[in-house]
Design a protein around this ligand. Structure first.
Ligand code: SAH
Length: 262
């Protein structure tokens, strides 16, 4: 299929069969319901189909591409010509989905945080296999006390276990992107810190990492009137900087923040 890639839609198509095979091997496909986002010219899709999913949903924003896919891949597939950011993921299927996505990098990040923050009581997916810009993937998997640790690490690790699979060079794509990529796999955590509202973790991390080099005394005072009391209760040293607090501490702070509104 010959198409002129659209830069505006971040179209860099995978052409490296070793990488394509490695991606599809990241999850069980046979007899499962699969959602692929941004299938493009179908390079990944064709390998997914070979593994005989029970059902396959494709969400692609580009009308020409989805029309081509329809012509080439047949009627057994559910084609959705939409922007993944506009789709309500919970309504795609009644069953749990395994998601594959080699999307534009900015969309991958946006969709990941949207999905985590929108999760209700149950997970609508059992696995996410997603491609990121290498630097963003580093931020997602960073541990505390590193300079890449931040909002993205704290939000992503809240409900998901994350595994780094491989770094991928520009030469695996056509056209070649200017940056390296990293493939990550996410699975729902069996146990995660319960909060009433995902917005609290969003808000806390925003306030704390607004000035990531400054001491946390300032954001702490901003959020809590009785900040020294709360700091004592949570055993937090207010002379530390945002990157020095581990994940659990952020969830605890978010939990205290929720109590303010009760
Ligand atoms: N997965 C394919 C294509 C990667 S290029 C491959 O690996 O070869 C990224 C694809 O995402 C393109 O087909 C592009 O049209 C699509 N896309 C970009 N933004 C999107 C959005 N917001 N929602 C759905 N698809 C999108």
């Amino acid at each position: 299929m010959r198409v002129k890639p659209k830069k505006s839609l971040g179209q860099n198509f995978l052409i490296d069969n070793n990488i394509i095979n490695l991606i599809v091997d990241c999850a069980e496909i046979k007899n499962k319901e699969i959602l692929e986002i941004g299938p493009g010219t179908g390079n990944l899709t064709k390998q997914i189909i070979k593994k005989k999913p029970k059902k396959l949903f494709l969400i692609e924003k580009d009308y020409n591409l989805i029309t081509n896919l329809k012509e080439n891949l047949g009627d057994d597939i559910v084609y959705i010509n939409d922007d993944i950011l506009e789709v309500s993921e919970e309504n795609i299927s009644e069953n749990k989905l395994t998601v594959f996505g080699n999307l534009p990098y900015n969309i991958s990040t946006e969709i990941l945080t949207k999905w985590i923050l929108n999760l209700k009581t149950h997970f609508w997916f059992d696995k996410l296999v997603l491609m990121f810009q290498k630097e963003v993937a580093e931020r997602i998997i960073s541990k505390y006390n590193t300079h890449t640790y931040g909002r993205l690490s704290i939000i992503s690790n809240w409900k998901l276990d994350i595994k780094k699979i491989i770094e991928i060079k520009p030469s695996s794509f056509n056209p070649k992107p200017k940056i390296d990529s990293t493939l990550l796999v996410f699975e729902p955590k069996k146990k995660y810190f319960k909060l009433q509202n995902a917005n609290s973790i969003e808000k806390i991390t925003r306030v704390f990492f607004n000035q990531r080099r400054k001491k946390i005394k300032k954001p702490f005072n901003k959020i809590f009137q009785n900040s020294s009391e709360i700091a004592k209760k949570l055993k937090i040293n207010l002379d530390l900087r945002p990157q020095n607090l581990d994940l659990e501490t952020y969830y605890l702070i978010a939990s205290e923040f929720e109590k303010l509104r009760d």
